[in-house]
Design a protein around this ligand. Sequence first.
Ligand SMILES: N[C@H](CCC[C@H](N)C(=O)O)C(=O)O
Length: 283
Amino acid sequence: MTEIQAPSGQPFMKMHGLGNDFVVIDSRGRGPDAAGVTTPALARALGDRNRGVGFDQLAEIRDAAGADFTLDFWNSDGSRAGACGNATRCVSDYVMRGSGKAAVSLLTQRGALYAVRRADGLVSVNMGHPQRDWAEVPLAKAVDTLHLPLAGDPVAVGMGNPHCVFFVPDAEGVDLAGVGPKWEHDPLFPQRTNVEFASVTAPDHLRLRVWERGAGITLACGSGACATAVAAALRGLTGRRVTIDADGGTLEIDWRDDGVWMTGPVAHVFDGVLSPEFLAQHA
Ligand SMILES: N[C@H](CCC[C@H](N)C(=O)O)C(=O)O
């Protein structure tokens, strides 16, 4: 009889929120001071959809002091992201299932966040207060974040990561791949930016398409949806509670006094193990 060997290597999960897809590495159990296992080289290699696993973002779960867990985000180009709403929802769901809790707290680069499971099964995350000051976004110089001095009159909003939101008559018609990289690299954004194109379809409804910093076109962007809802409310285009249709599905955004709440679905696709060879090649 052949013995089946337990696989050695680094376990991971593949998850997605509205088609915004993630590799999730759970490296808890080593203490809050232990560094993560992810390196820029590993993120780039794993993010390659032909030679790796493929993802829009990689999320690594680490131990936290004073919260249920810490969450680090990486883009497929190997850069770090300060926030990722869809991955926060997916990972919070996984941690809630594992612990039996109906609410969890987490630490991200921007600070502490909070997630709860709703009665309908969807997961809500309080993504924190929007950053509206030019230095916090960050922008390269002191300008009015509600009317950036750029063609198309976009709004800058930080959600722990930078967003540049354009309101356009028809988001469907925008050539994302053509215009996205230009704005991502505009000198007004010293850390580059995520780029949103939104159309108001009703006073409580927006259509959104996104070009993400470090990842390109994605089917949805949770922090981008939050930034877009904030920008639309500040411009007086919508109320503070909106439904946002991204390419991959729908998010509910509610900008409350305690922060911007984002609600949507989660999907756990499969579990895998990275081979020791792959890890060694991309350490
Ligand atoms: N997809 C993520 C955002 C990733 C942002 C990342 N591209 C950055 O560099 O800030 C979300 O659901 O919020």
